[in-house]
Write a protein of this length. Structure first.
Length: 628
């Protein structure tokens, strides 16, 4: 029997495919099973018009058989099979797809039940990633003669007549030995690992995939007090066939959704919300999305991989397709299934991103609508969601100079000084008095820290509601947003709060001299020393003026300390406070002691602002020296 050679370009492609095209070797099983599904689909389609097929849809199946002794893995189908000519066309010329040709022939047909997966004619050759020899035994529907195709790779192939009792195709892969790496190939011969691969990649192929699986069974006649067991092989259907997302929402129970969520994504906690999508138009697709009730593992770290599982006609193409999820909602888990995707040669990537952009844009609207519903109708549930993922929404709202602020601003929550709970910007504005010009906020590390800030006293005296900015993005958010509903943001630490009775403090000559003395003592540590119009019971505070805020300074100190970015330090002193009176007196009677008072006031202001002391040891010594 003469060995036939692949065409020259096919030889190069085969070598490239075995070594480069596919990311993971295990993909081969997905490809072989998809081809088997294609073959059954074709015969199913013909059975609609040909009574001689003699098979109902329930008769079709794919079978897997693993022989660890012979090191063979066989995938069999009872689909349409191939003639000798089709073997030459489909397996002799790499990248010639019989499925694609079949789709072209049936284009325009009134029948739409021809959901053919394979289109490139290269998936079959992925078998050579794990097999050193592949044998195909096939018999086409309507013919009596079967044929055997065999190849050991790029050197060529043989085709010869053979006997085959039934219509269909057997793909027999002679699995490579584990010479270089232990267990690299042998795992593709073990039933449990094969079952896992079927569940991972081919769980939703529309025909049953069956395989003999080991089961423990009690031996007949074994005594009840000492029962004996034996291992027997029983045929199992490995795939579920009907995806949950293909069923109508009204036909699926909450328990079924949660079971799918736990099993598919390895979650122990139930999801917080389920979103189903069925779209037809520029791109036809179905999606099943879950908003988690807790943060996924590694979320918020560089190792976290966002993305939805992407399917094409029930076959998983990508485990995590990040392009399907917009950045603000990267915590969402779920699946998208579309028959309209333009896949590349390996079916692992998309040739064009137009379809993805359409799907992603639609999913973004669906997710946002669900969050808005929760915020409106299930406030307690939304606040639970916010504790997990609110920071992500805030970060996304300020990224790219606020490109998404219009989309996200109404989903954001902030702690309110008056309501003593989380509120939206819309709720804040709805409560503003007519004469209030600004949305007032105060930034700090915690709610308690902000609540005790001296700078908030005057606003509270005027019964002004203050938003507490306690998340890292918040200070940037006010700067990026600028305003909300035409109401500008104004920090409690700003110099002019524009309150009705706010007037500039008129210092006496003695007070002016004392303030100048403090500025001279502190030198370049502060930009300015002035009498405060905002302090009531506290002696001192720092304000930053325009530009970089203290919260921004702390952020940059944490992430980019080498930049050395610092906000201005304007020391505001309550000239009506006893501490300032003591400083005034000491300036005249004991200037050295007055300098120590000035240093203490400055360090207190740093502590109140949550800024690090320049030298904590020296500050401690300074305090102790005042007791002497």
């Amino acid at each position: 029997m003469r060995k036939k050679k692949f065409k020259a370009e096919s030889q190069r492609l085969l070598d490239l495919m075995i070594n480069s095209i596919y990311t993971h070797k295990e993909i081969f099983l997905r490809e072989i099973l998809s081809n088997a599904s294609d073959a059954i689909d074709k015969l199913c389609y013909l059975s609609l018009t040909d009574d001689q097929v003699g098979l109902d849809r329930g008769d079709f199946a794919i079978r897997i058989k693993a022989d660890e002794t012979a090191r063979t893995l066989t995938v069999s189908d009872n689909g349409i099979g191939m003639s000798e000519e089709e073997l030459e066309e489909n397996l002799g010329v790499i990248a010639n797809s019989g499925s694609l040709q079949f789709r072209r022939e049936t284009e325009g047909s009134a029948e739409k039940d021809t959901d053919i997966i394979g289109q490139f004619g290269v998936g079959f050759y992925s078998a050579f990633m794990v097999a050193d020899r592949v044998t195909v035994i096939t018999r086409k529907y309507g013919e009596e003669q079967g044929y055997r195709w065999e190849s050991a790779g790029a050197e060529g192939y043989t085709v010869e007549p053979c006997d085959k009792e039934r219509v269909g195709t057997d793909v027999i892969m002679h699995i490579k030995s584990d010479e270089d790496e232990p267990d690299e190939y042998s795992r593709y011969l073990r039933p449990y690992e094969l079952r896992e691969l079927v569940k991972k990649y081919s769980d939703y192929i529309r025909f049953p995939i069956r395989m003999d699986m080991p089961h423990s069974r009690r031996k007949e006649g074994s005594p009840d007090d000492k029962p004996e067991y034996e291992e027997v092989m029983e045929e199992e259907t490995l795939n579920s066939m009907v995806p949950l997302w293909q069923r109508k929402k009204s036909e699926v129970t909450k328990e079924e959704y949660e079971e799918f969520y736990r099993q598919r994504f390895g979650e122990f906690s139930p999801s917080q919300s389920v979103i189903t999508v069925s779209a037809e138009g520029a791109v036809t697709y179905k999606a099943l999305l879950f908003i988690p009730s807790r943060r996924p593992g590694l979320y918020g770290t560089e190792d976290f991989q966002p993305g939805l599982q992407l399917y094409s006609a029930g076959v998983m193409i990508m485990d995590k397709c990040a392009d399907l999820l917009p950045e603000p909602f990267n915590f969402v888990r779920g699946v998208v299934d579309s028959p309209d995707l333009s896949l590349n040669i390996s079916r692992e990537l998309l040739q064009h991103d137009r379809q993805l952009k359409i799907i992603s844009g639609n999913l973004e609207k669906k997710i946002k609508a669900e969050l808005e519903r929760m915020l409106r109708d299930e406030r307690e549930e939304y606040e639970k969601f916010w504790q997990n993922f609110g920071l992500q929404l805030k970060v996304s709202a300020i990224n790219n100079y606020g490109a998404r602020k219009e989309q996200l601003q109404d989903l954001l929550l902030f702690y309110s000084s008056k309501e003593k709970k989380l509120v939206t910007l819309s709720e804040y504005v709805s409560r503003m008095p007519e004469n209030q010009k600004y949305i007032y906020y105060a930034a700090g590390d915690t709610v308690d820290a902000v609540d005790h800030m001296p700078q908030t006293e005057r606003l509270k005296d005027h019964d002004m509601e203050i938003l507490y900015f306690v998340d890292r993005p918040d200070d940037f958010l006010a700067d990026v947003f600028g305003a909300y509903q035409d109401k500008p943001f104004r920090s409690a630490t700003d110099g002019d709060l524009e309150l009705e009775d706010e007037v500039k403090h008129e210092e006496t000559p003695s007070q002016q001299e004392a303030l100048a003395f403090v500025k001279e003592t502190l030198g370049e540590k502060v930009t300015e020393v002035k009498a405060s119009a905002r302090l009531k019971t506290h002696p001192v505070c720092l304000s930053s003026g325009e530009g970089l805020t203290f919260e921004m300074e702390k952020y940059f100190a944490a992430v980019q300390p080498e930049m050395g970015m610092k906000a201005k330090r304007i020391l505001e002193i309550n000239v009506d406070h006893p501490a300032f009176a003591a400083l005034e007196t000491a300036r005249i009677t004991d200037p050295e002691r007055a300098k120590k008072y000035a240093q203490v006031l400055y360090n207190q202001a740093l502590l109140i602002a949550g800024l690090p002391l320049e030298d904590p040891g020296s500050y401690t010594d300074l305090l102790c020296s005042l007791w002497q």
